[in-house]
Write a protein that binds this ligand. Structure first.
Ligand code: F6P
Length: 574
């Protein structure tokens, strides 16, 4: 395929299109009867078991998807990524988040330079700093140890670290290491988020970590200034040096902000924001909370999947298989969404993180060469832990729209509970649902195709309820079974999703590593900000907007006219 040609013009794409008709003649309840098929749709790596037998696919579908991967040069694209080539062409950057978790002795070149030593230089600096803070040898302005951390950042500078933190919080070894410490995340520019995050904290014992790749993101910078004010109004401006550190690629702006460059932790423009959790973005706050050795295990888990992704044949390659199946679901079966359903409360922030990883990466309208696409890319990702989701949106998934689901289960609970007189332990109860839901979706109400609504009638279901109680089944899902939920497994899970998203983008022929779509809203907000300032300070009327926006802004200004126009600093007081 020529580099500017679209994947949809290839024979492999057309073969898959034609193949949909065959698949539409099948039902999952029949496909699941073929043991050989099911057996070959299970893949295992480093303790993780993936079962994709409940996808609406046959072995022939897989063969055709591998042909598609070949036509899209997926293997070559993976190698180019690991080789540090500038595959993020619209920003002329390599995409090297895999280097962030590479072993110390690995060699990963970018622009003729091995980047691994720089990565480890920063990791060593984090290890040293976090140990000093945790041991109390680095103290705050009044000589007290810093036991609480507020990480200020948004998007990729927030969601990944929040996901990992939430997943580690109840893990035995990690929680022991975090005893007596708190890690909070301030992301939203909504002042309520400031109030919630500072409530109960004492500036004397709090360290603020400002996390921003660019150090220009409006929300983060206002929140950082707010936290700076919170510290300096309580402890004096000189306290900032002891109570604020930063993570950024823009060390010049960090210094201008007033943070000592020695207390800045760098990363590089070859790390995309949403792929940055393994850089200082995640490693610093997480090391402060749990200690570096726990975070190192997380990095090792991600690195193990990186190697698997790079070297495993596609038939056994988890991110490749999952990526291809997602393309099959979106582009050929026409399912626009995907539900991420971890049966683990510790993974409650997985879906919000993957939302950004996936939707900011693959929500594109043109090919990497700028050609408008005749097909949709990306999917709408959402999810909640089971069983909570079952009592919320699963109705739609069972009888409404067809939404391919990722069920994620864990063999050993982080926090087992056994009650003497119960039939099963609490984790078994949870996992009963994990095993039941995929089959409920696949089979529908009855397992045998002969059992149709007539069967329901035979069972004396009132006639007017027959259709309501019928489940069509044939709803695809895949199951991911993790051995446990340690820092290592959390790293593995993260890397599986990151690479899966990349595979999807490689097939669709888009640039999964830029995000131009977030810019327009930001620049319009700048215009509104100027207007709010001019109206409040100089009484200027609202101009330069369409009728509706002008009316809304005018109403907002009029209704909030009692807000002081030149307030002395106001901080939350809850
Ligand atoms: O607006 C989207 C975005 O640019 C994300 O891609 C990024 O993760 C986030 O904002 C935060 O950016 P920064 O780390 O530069 O503050």
């Amino acid at each position: 395929m020529a580099s500017s040609a679209l994947i949809s013009d290839t024979q492999s794409w057309k073969d898959l299109r034609a193949h949909v008709e065959e698949i539409n003649k099948t039902h999952l309840r029949d496909l699941l009867n073929h043991t050989d098929r099911c057996q070959s749709m299970m893949v295992e790596f480093d303790g993780i078991l993936i079962d994709y037998s409940r996808q609406r696919a046959t072995l022939d579908t897989l063969k055709k998807l591998f042909n598609l991967a070949e036509a899209a040069h997926v293997k070559e694209k993976i190698i180019r990524m690991f080789n540090g080539e500038h595959i993020n062409s619209t920003e002329n950057r390599p995409v090297l988040h895999v280097a962030l978790r590479a072993p110390r002795d690995a060699v990963i070149n970018s622009d003729g330079k091995n980047v691994v030593p720089e990565v480890w230089h920063v990791l060593d600096k984090i290890r040293d700093f976090s140990e000093r803070v945790r041991s109390g040898s680095w103290v705050g302005a009044t000589g007290k140890a810093l036991k609480d951390v507020v990480a200020v950042g948004i998007g990729g500078s927030f969601l990944g670290p929040l996901f990992v933190h939430t997943a580690l919080q109840t893990e035995a070894e990690a929680s022991e290491c975090a005893r007596g410490r708190q890690l909070r995340f301030l992301a939203n520019v909504d002042p309520i988020d400031v109030a919630r995050n500072i409530t109960g904290l004492n500036p004397e014992t709090t360290l603020v970590v400002v996390v921003s790749k660019t150090f220009t993101t409006a929300e983060t910078m206002l929140n950082a200034r707010t936290m700076r004010e919170w510290i300096s109004s309580a402890l004096g401006p000189q306290a900032v040096a002891k109570h604020m550190v930063a993570v950024s690629t823009n060390l010049k702006l960090v210094e201008q902000f007033g943070i000592d460059p020695n207390n800045a932790f760098a990363f590089w423009d070859w790390v995309g924001g949403r792929f940055s959790v393994c850089s200082a973005v995640g490693v610093l706050p997480l090391s402060l909370q749990y200690g570096f050795s726990i975070v190192e295990k997380f990095l090792k888990g991600a690195s193990s999947v990186d190697q698997h992704f790079l070297s495993a044949p596609f038939e056994k390659n988890i991110p490749v298989l999952l990526g291809l199946l997602s393309v099959w679901n979106v582009s050929f079966l026409g399912y626009p969404a995907r539900a991420i359903l971890p049966y683990s409360q510790a993974l409650e922030k997985l879906a919000p993180h993957i939302q950004q990883v996936s939707m900011e990466s693959n929500g594109k309208g043109v090919s990497i060469d700028g050609v408008p696409l005749p097909y949709q890319t990306g999917e709408i990702d959402f999810g909640e832990p089971g069983t909570n989701g079952q009592h919320s949106f699963y109705q739609l998934i069972h009888q409404g729209r067809v939404i391919p689901c990722d069920f994620i289960g864990v063999v050993k609970s982080q926090q087992p509970i056994y009650l003497k007189d119960e039939v099963v332990n609490n984790h078994d109860e949870l996992m009963s649902n994990f095993f039941a839901q995929p089959d409920a979706l696949a089979y529908g109400k009855y397992q045998l195709s002969s059992q149709t609504p007539e069967q329901l009638r035979k069972e004396n279901i009132p006639e007017h309820l027959v259709s309501h109680k019928t489940f069509s089944g044939n709803r695809p899902s895949l199951s991911i079974l993790l051995p446990s939920l340690t820092a290592y497994n959390i790293g593995q899970l993260l890397a599986i999703y990151e690479h899966r998203v990349a595979v999807q983008g490689f097939v669709w022929g888009i640039n999964s590593f830029d995000q131009w779509g977030v810019e327009l809203g930001k620049s319009l907000a700048t215009q509104v900000r100027k207007q709010l300032h001019a109206s409040r300070k100089k009484g200027e009327s609202v101009e330069g907007f369409n009728f509706s926006t002008k009316m809304l802004i005018t109403r907002y200004l009029e209704a909030s006219a009692d807000v002081p126009s030149d307030p002395s600093t106001l901080l939350p007081n809850i």
